[in-house]
Write a protein that binds this ligand. Structure first.
Ligand SMILES: C[S@@+](CC[C@H](N)C(=O)[O-])C[C@H]1O[C@@H](n2cnc3c(N)ncnc32)[C@H](O)[C@@H]1O
Length: 290
């Protein structure tokens, strides 16, 4: 069975229930993997549609003037994009990898951004932030790097503690699929337009993804009444926990996002359209990117 339809049918009908296999690189310190990940988000543009998608949602949960934390910011490709669009907010990106933080510092400098600080820190222990002190928190493509469900629980508990009661929350990551074959389908589907190291990293990410049931349990326990859980249609290839829209959404923001969308290569524009549709059918949509 091949192709997306086959994968959907397999996921929905299989008796298989694969276990998660933690990432071989929990903290991303290997220089080759760091640079493959950076390239995939920037010039090679494989991850660019995903960043644009998340950016539109993150912008909806941020209010001007507040402090926003990016949990496990990596090379700050996502963080830089969001910070550029929200010049009146102050951003703090934290990550445990020195190599990623170096990439992040260079990127933020290159963008000329003055509203971003980068710090070494562990997302399972946010003791550097006081209770109810943060306006909004976001995290993209990172939670599967945590070794255990217990670490995921610590992160959710810390998010609930540091974000103000009416603050913004946007946590998005891969969800665990039932079958190894399905994971291979998604990892390899665009192999001709992504570096091999990125394909392997993507497969490892899908294997390490937490199960939807864990996201559901932890978001009900820690974020009930503050954020809602959504997943992609039919199968949880991606899972997002998002608080309601906050503040005013400016027309300028919609225009900037539309410009970035038009600048994507055609295959990536198609990927973005698919992502928007898959989440829309799962109940999640952004008014900034339709
Ligand atoms: C795949 S990258 C994603 C980076 C970024 N959020 C993005 O969307 O491009 C995952 C990042 O999580 C970081 N990481 C893993 N475990 C962490 C932890 N416990 N605390 C902080 N960062 C962590 C890794 O070093 C890596 O930079």
């Amino acid at each position: 069975m091949s192709g997306i339809v086959g994968t959907l049918i397999r996921e929905l009908t299989t008796g298989e229930s694969s276990s998660r296999i933690p990432e071989p690189d929990l903290v991303m310190d290997d220089p080759d993997k760091v640079s493959a990940f950076v390239r995939a988000g920037r010039e090679a543009a494989i991850v660019a549609p995903t960043y644009l998608f998340h950016c539109s949602h993150i912008c909806e949960v941020i209010c001007p003037g507040e402090t926003v934390v990016d949990l496990a910011c990596g090379p700050a490709t996502q963080l830089g994009m969001v910070a550029q669009m929200n010049p009146n907010s102050q951003f703090i990106g934290i990550d445990l990898s020195e190599g990623m933080l170096k990439e992040a510092k260079d990127h933020i400098k290159e963008l000329g951004l003055k509203n971003v600080d980068l710090k070494k820190g562990d997302i399972t222990d946010l003791s550097q932030f006081h209770d109810n002190s943060i306006g909004a928190v976001f995290s993209t493509l990172s939670l599967h790097h945590l070794p255990t469900v217990h670490d995921l629980e610590s992160t959710f508990s810390e998010v609930a503690r540091i974000v103000k009661p009416d603050g913004g929350i946007y946590l998005s990551d891969f969800g665990h699929l039932n079958s190894e074959k399905s994971m291979q389908h998604f990892a390899y589907q665009h192999r001709e337009r992504q570096p091999e190291l990125f394909t392997i990293d993507y497969l490892n990410s899908l294997r390490a993804a937490f199960h939807l049931a864990d996201f559901q349990r932890l978001s009900a326990k820690y974020l009930a009444g503050r954020a809602r859980l959504y997943s992609t249609f039919l199968i949880p290839l991606m899972v997002t926990i998002k608080s309601p829209k906050r503040g005013q959404v400016e027309l300028a923001l919609t225009q900037k996002l539309a410009e970035l969308r038009r600048a994507l290569p055609i295959p990536q524009q198609r990927d973005l359209k698919d992502l928007i549709s898959l989440f829309k059918l799962g109940g999640l949509k952004s008014t900034l990117l339709v």
